[in-house]
Design a protein around this ligand. Structure first.
Ligand SMILES: Nc1ncnc2c1ncn2[C@@H]1O[C@H](COP(=O)(O)OP(=O)(O)OP(=O)(O)O)[C@@H](O)[C@H]1O
Ligand SMILES: [Mg+2]
Length: 237
């Protein structure tokens, strides 16, 4: 059998809170194929954001490992890990994480700064991506002067502008109305058809059914057993 593109092995991320230990991710074995559109659903606090941060190389596991193309992320040095984040991975954060003192354009350009794109090219690509997301007339606005939905779209533009191989999207439509949700769903489906691998966390089951090829459910840090035939993948435990 071929090695999966991404494979987690007994992945755990525990947090210590005083005397208490929170098992945010607790022994997850999950594989992700190149080109797939995977949905992650589950109750609030079930570990969805935590596992996304681990997969994106933004956080380190307490134990267990993540192999990317057969190489454990834990074996990469700082420079290699930075390159993984800057070139291969796009991340849409649940809380946007936009920089308040930068404009919409500046926020999107920054993603290319860490990715060694020349300055002029950065501005062009950032403006083009924002226009694609319907923000062509908001380039000079700062996040504080944008609506929640507009900030969300800036965060999406920032993740997409560097043309990542894999997009981790944490509630990418959480702040959007029906029409904008539909547009983002179409955009992500389109990008996936063009080869982008997408891992999307969402509370919106309709959206997940519409976009994804496979859904997994997290339950107290573990992969839950499938509840209906649309769910599958990973080890239920
Ligand atoms: N830095 C932290 N310190 C301590 N506990 C944390 C920390 N980050 C997350 N947790 C805990 O880990 C668990 C999983 O959190 P996580 O953010 O992954 O949940 P989630 O599934 O994304 O929830 P939501 O749907 O509300 O976004 C929660 O119980 C949370 O309180
Ligand atoms: Mg979350």
């Amino acid at each position: 059998m071929d090695t999966p593109w991404i494979q987690t092995h007994d992945l755990c991320r525990y947090y210590r809170r005083g005397p208490q230990q929170v098992r945010a991710v607790d022994g997850v074995n999950l594989s992700i194929d190149r080109g797939e559109f995977l949905g992650i659903v589950g109750a609030s606090g079930s570990g969805k954001s935590t596992i996304l941060n681990l997969l994106a190389g933004l956080d380190s596991p307490t134990s267990g490992s993540i192999d990317f193309e057969g190489v454990p992320l834990g074996s990469l040095n700082r420079r290699q890990l930075a390159a993984y984040r800057a070139h291969r991975v796009g991340m849409i954060f649940q809380s946007f994480n936009l920089l308040g003192h930068h404009t919409a354009l500046g926020n999107v350009e920054l993603a290319l700064y860490f990715n060694d794109t020349p300055h002029r090219e950065r501005t062009r690509l950032a403006a083009e991506t924002l226009k694609r997301l319907g923000l062509g007339d908001r380039l000079d606005h700062r996040p504080g002067d944008l609506s929640g939905g507009e900030q969300q779209r800036v965060a999406i533009a920032r993740a997409l502008v560097k043309r990542p191989e894999i997009l981790f999207a944490d509630e990418p439509t959480g702040n959007l109305d029906h029409e904008n949700t539909r547009q983002i769903a179409e955009l992500l489906t389109d990008l996936n058809r063009q080869g982008l691998t997408v891992v999307m966390v969402t509370h919106d089951l309709d959206l997940a059914r519409q976009c994804t090829q496979r859904m997994i459910r997290m339950h107290y840090g573990r992969l839950a057993a499938p509840k209906d035939p649309a769910f599958g993948g990973g080890t239920a435990s």
